[in-house]
Design a protein around this ligand. Structure first.
Ligand SMILES: Nc1nc2c(ncn2[C@@H]2O[C@H](COP(=O)(O)OP(=O)(O)OP(=O)(O)O)[C@@H](O)[C@H]2O)c(=O)[nH]1
Length: 365
């Protein structure tokens, strides 16, 4: 399983309707409370400090309603922009606030709370980097404090370092938690997605990966994805003559060879029985043909000794045509694989490249 796929799945989860709804509901409640508290605090502080010191606290009431509006009205893009906006707003308020309030120990109490806020808003991956930037900003704020406040001293260095450590600790704790959960999720996903015998992806997750690759080409028409439908020849005879275990050995051997032969980022899917699908993201039919034919040539040699009969495979190879369904794509590959079988087996068939101004219909081996 590549990290890219894991990331895609995590992104899909974080975009699921329920997840998004829960976040929006929380912001719907937290924003008015935050605005009310900020206004009240600002009003109280205004009695004791000059107006510009209250400005950081006023940022939230000024911008948060607009961000909430954007989250509700801007579709998914607006939702993502709104969350980033909230993170920016809170960071600005936090850093400006630090510049004016780092002489009070009470300002440090909030330090461990912010990392968790950013994780809620941005997700773990982005929040970790974000927290590193904010911590750097806090250090800068601490160093600049006497300059901005005309020689006034901030809290003692030890107290500030303790606050900073609490900030870093909260970040690390959340990160550690996230790693544990994602390792567990990954293990579960792998168990549910990979065929125990061959280590190939199982049909459903494999077809999901294919759909993602096809969608990628639809988004960027200059890109390509090719697929090879590989079916072992006369496999039933191996089972019948040498037993199921010999058949299993061959399946394992072929799958291992395919995995070693394809590029990192290609996918091997076991569609069922002795039928496999190889997905070549970013590869045109010509290159995928060369790779598949090389693989076909190697199969008898690498399975030598696993069965008394030489093992061969028939392969149908196609390149995705933008807009077609996965069923249509696999249907074309199936026709070609069948053509390879009826043409004598142990061969790769692909569609003839169209001559200028003409549509290709024939298969070439
Ligand atoms: N050992 C083993 N056999 C399997 C497994 N899954 C399916 N099979 C067998 O694979 C065989 C597939 O046979 P067919 O569909 O007739 O295909 P074939 O004999 O390869 O014939 P052609 O495809 O025409 O070359 C059947 O005997 C299934 O029982 C498996 O996990 N292990």
């Amino acid at each position: 399983m590549t990290d890219a796929v894991i990331r895609d799945i995590a992104r899909d989860l974080s975009r699921s309707d329920e997840f998004v709804r829960t976040k929006i509901r929380f912001l719907d409640i937290a924003t008015p409370i935050g605005v009310a508290v900020a206004l009240l605090m600002s009003y109280i502080e205004l009695q004791q400090v000059p107006w510009f010191r209250v400005l950081p606290a006023m940022l939230f009431p000024l911008f948060a309603p607009f961000l909430l509006y954007r989250i509700h009205r801007g579709g998914y893009r607006g939702y993502e922009q709104g969350l980033t906006g909230f993170a920016l707003l809170i960071s600005a308020q936090q850093l400006l606030g630090a510049l004016f309030t780092l002489n009070e120990l009470v300002a440090l109490i909030w330090f461990p709370v912010f990392p968790l806020t950013y994780i809620f808003l941005l997700g773990y991956e982005r929040a970790i980097r974000w927290n590193a930037v904010v911590m750097t900003g806090l250090v800068a704020g601490y160093l600049l404090f006497p300059v901005v406040n005309h020689g006034m001293h901030p809290v003692p260095p030890m107290a500030f370092v303790a606050g900073l450590l609490a900030y870093a600790f909260a970040t690390l704790l959340a990160w550690h938690d996230h790693r544990e959960v994602s390792t567990y999720q990954r293990r579960l996903y792998e168990q549910a997605s990979y065929d125990a015998l061959t280590g190939a992806m199982m049909r459903e997750p494999g077809l999901e990966v294919l759909a993602r690759c096809m969608a990628q080409v639809d988004r960027r028409p200059g890109e390509a994805v090719s697929v090879a439908l590989l079916d072992l020849d006369d496999f039933k005879r191996i089972n019948d003559e040498e037993g199921h275990q010999a058949g299993d050995r061959v399946l394992r051997g072929v799958a291992a060879e395919v995995r070693g032969h394809i590029r990192r980022g290609d996918y091997l899917v076991r569609l069922g029985g002795e039928e496999f699908l190889i997905v070549f993201p970013g590869m045109r039919a010509e290159a995928a043909y060369a790779l598949s034919d090389g693989l076909r040539e190697r199969i008898p040699a690498v399975t030598d000794g696993l069965s008394r009969r030489p093992v061969t495979a028939s392969i149908g190879l196609v390149q995705y045509r933008g807009g077609e369904t996965a069923g249509q794509l696999l249907g074309r590959a199936d026709v070609l694989m069948y053509a390879a079988k009826t043409g004598g087996k142990n061969r790769v068939c692909r569609e003839a490249p169209p001559a200028a101004g003409q549509t290709a219909t024939g298969a070439i081996a």
